[in-house]
Write a protein that binds this ligand. Structure first.
Ligand code: GDP
Ligand code: MG
Length: 214
């Protein structure tokens, strides 16, 4: 996978309390699968996917973190140099919603200042057990100035949308030179296609120079 060609790699992180569905959002997006039984994430897990968008290829690298307090300092170490963060809660569990503010604060304190943060209310398939209305989720997202989505990793609802929407936003920002791509900690790296193009361009420039000076 990593030897495949891409224009940019983008570092994402998924955070939130244990059991909200972070690992399954990753599983659904990268492998289109879902695990019914709950397996605690220890420390940090990883998945990546190549995505084509507007004639360019992006390698989305996703760090899936453990929500428990004892892993919090490990998680924070991964905040550095991420370009996008999904803060996830479970729409059937108010405690996970109430803790969102701590995760958003962590993102704001430990991630690069240009980070894009999405609030994600997962398990939208469990409508009968819903404890947090969509309006309440939207209000909280608005209060922090974040984009908001409800997802179901189980039924594959909006999972592609959160990644698609964030990619669209990041590409817009790349195109308007919003990021300093020379700064390694900005969460975006130029890929092997870019380097090849850069070489080709340099060769072309050399030829042009030669032409001009002949
Ligand atoms: P994490 O601790 O945040 O990584 O949560 P997991 O992805 O391990 O999921 C915790 C539990 O919730 C597991 O039993 C999953 O099967 C379940 N789960 C995750 N996403 C969904 C969802 O969208 N809908 C439902 N009904 N269950 C989910
Ligand atoms: Mg997990």
């Amino acid at each position: 996978m990593s030897s495949k060609k891409f224009d940019y790699s983008l570092k994402y992180i998924i955070v939130g309390e244990a059991g909200v569905g972070k690992s399954n959002l990753l599983l659904r997006y990268v492998y289109d699968s879902f695990k019914e039984d709950y397996q605690l994430t220890i420390g940090v897990e990883f998945g990546e996917k190549l995505v084509k968008y507007n004639n360019k290829t992006y390698k989305i690298q996703i760090w899936d973190t453990a929500g428990q307090e004892q892993f919090r300092s490990i998680t924070r170490a991964y905040f550095k140099s991420s370009i996008c963060s999904f803060v996830v809660y479970d729409i059937t569990n108010r405690e996970t919603f109430e803790n969102v503010k701590h995760w958003v604060e962590d993102c704001m304190n430990y991630m690069p200042k240009n980070v894009l943060i999405f609030l994600v209310g997962n398990k939208s398939d469990l409508e009968e057990q819903r404890k947090i209305s969509k309006d309440e989720g939207e209000e909280l997202a608005d209060s922090f100035g974040l984009s908001f989505f409800e997802t179901s990793a189980k039924n594959n609802v909006n999972v592609n949308s959160i990644f698609g929407k964030s990619l669209e936003e990041i590409v817009k920002r790349i195109d308007s030179n919003y990021y300093d791509l020379n700064d390694e900690s900005c969460g975006i790296k130029r890929g092997n296609i870019n380097n090849k193009n850069a070489k080709l361009n340099n060769n072309k420039n050399d030829k042009n120079k030669k032409k001009r000076f002949c």
